[in-house]
Design a protein around this ligand. Structure first.
Ligand code: PLP
Length: 444
């Protein structure tokens, strides 16, 4: 099964996208529904480390990891080997029909590595949205309450319930309603845009949230507070210090299930195994997906045994949830994260990126904010008065793409550039990618 290693250097031999990619794009437009977009339509043949190779022979630098999924790198040999071995034995039985050990192994691993040393249980699913839906089902079943609290700039998925939980209308919700009821949206501690200044943001935002929950919903009616410990699609917004601990404390005092949606932040991405650890938060339930299995589709809800076990037998599940190949990949991927100390590597990546981006921001006032932790770093582009500068973002992104740097945007206002390199990327590629980004700003 050994695949020749992907050379760790950028190579641009055609314009981007090249002729073969453009041909494939024509076929795609005729065959694939328009609603599915692609940030950079170069068609991939192979990927590994910090490189994505395309059909035209280009080798691009990967600052996206397939949206924070290939934390251990693409096609990590251990992930490939272990999932291939599983594929050769059986492909599916459905855990609800005949169970298998790998599912139990993954749940044991999740119970071990997620924050808190209390007794835990897990359930495996297929996607992040499905994990969030199940966390809400579990919280409602365990508390007998209905209301769910979510936040401005939140992103939780594209199914009906999770569209309702997601803040941004376009493109996620437009025309797709009606949405589920009993969803209540609260202000987010967005330090860069907090009216009274970043230092007041955490405590003031927490006080507003607690006041609104109390006055508008009634704490006794709230089943769950669902929050991303660093918001992903919303623009890598780190809740201002003190905000999360205050919200957790309020939840504990009022029997509200605190759900950390770590679908994007999980598995070493932020320089901790989970982003909650940054402020010592121990969530009641935690949802995971993206970085869990080195690129294979898998998701999970992990949490307090008393909550997880409150649901009646047969109340949770799904045909494919915890597919054996995905479980094998997850076990290999988790071993790689731990044995290669990818938590430590994420911190190094963060230090390197933050250092260079802060210098760049000092030279270019269009970069209003540099933020994030570990290998989850963003810059927010603004005009003088902090008005979102989407025009500059478009120019920067298209220049970077033309030079073979896979780079994504984010943010409620569409003015944030986010960087999510695989945690196995080398410093050379990281610096080369940042050089391209710096050139893009110099050319504005
Ligand atoms: C991506 C994401 C989801 C949805 O995950 P899917 O696998 O796309 O369904 C949910 N929550 C967060 C925080 C995410 O980043």
């Amino acid at each position: 099964m050994a695949v020749t290693e992907v050379a760790q250097s950028r190579r641009i031999v055609t314009e981007i996208p090249g002729p073969k990619s453009r041909e494939l794009q024509e076929r795609r437009v005729a065959a694939v529904a328009k609603g599915v977009g692609s940030v950079l339509p170069v068609y991939v043949t192979r990927a590994g480390g910090g490189i994505v190779e395309d059909v035209d022979g280009n080798a691009l630098i990967d600052f996206g990891s397939g949206i924070a999924v290939t934390n251990v790198g693409n096609a990590d040999p251990r992930v490939v080997e272990r999932s291939a071995e599983q594929l050769g034995r059986f492909t599916h039985t459905c855990f609800m029909v005949n169970p298998y050990e790998a599912y139990v192994d993954v749940c044991e691993a999740l119970n071990r590595i997620t924050p808190g040393d209390h007794e835990k249980r897990s359930i495996l699913l297929n996607s992040g949205a499905e994990a969030v839906e199940n966390a809400v089902k579990i919280a409602r079943s365990a508390t007998g309450r209905q209301a769910v609290v979510v936040f401005d700039h939140a992103y939780h998925g594209r199914t009906n319930l999770t569209m309702g939980l997601t803040a941004k209308n376009m493109p996620y919700k437009q025309g797709f309603g009606p949405f589920a009821g009993e969803i209540h949206r609260m202000p987010m501690a967005y330090a860069y845009r907090w009216p009274t200044g970043p230092e007041n943001c955490g405590p003031e935002a927490a006080a507003m949230v607690i006041d609104q929950i109390t006055k508008q919903i009634g704490a006794d009616n709230v089943a769950a507070v669902v929050i991303e410990p660093i918001q992903g699609e919303g623009g890598f917004i780190e809740p201002a210090p003190g905000f999360l601990p205050a919200v957790v404390e309020f939840c504990r005092a009022n029997g509200i299930v605190f759900v950390a949606d770590e679908v994007q932040t999980g598995f070493a991405r932020t320089g901790h195994m989970f982003a909650c650890e940054h402020e010592g938060i121990v969530p009641d339930l935690i949802t995971t997906a993206k970085g869990i299995a080195g690129g294979l589709p898998l998701a999970a809800v992990t949490g307090r045994a008393d909550l997880m076990d409150a649901v009646h037998g047969g109340g949770l599940g799904g045909t494919y949830g915890g597919n054996p190949t995905a479980c094998a990949a997850a076990l290999a991927s988790l071993e790689a994260i731990e044995s290669d100390d990818l938590v430590g590597r994420a911190r190094e990546i963060g230090d390197l990126m933050l250092g260079r981006l802060r210098k760049l921001a000092a030279e270019h006032p269009v970069i209003g904010d540099v933020r994030g932790r570990g290998a989850m770093i963003a810059i927010e582009l603004v005009k003088d008065d902090k008005t979102p500068d989407t025009e500059s973002l478009g120019k920067v992104l298209s220049y970077c793409h033309s030079q073979g740097l896979v780079l994504l945007s984010a943010g409620t206002y569409g003015n944030v550039i986010r960087m999510l390199p695989p945690l196995v990327i080398g410093d050379d590629l990281l610096n080369e990618g940042l050089d391209i980004l710096a050139d893009a700003f110099a050319r504005l």
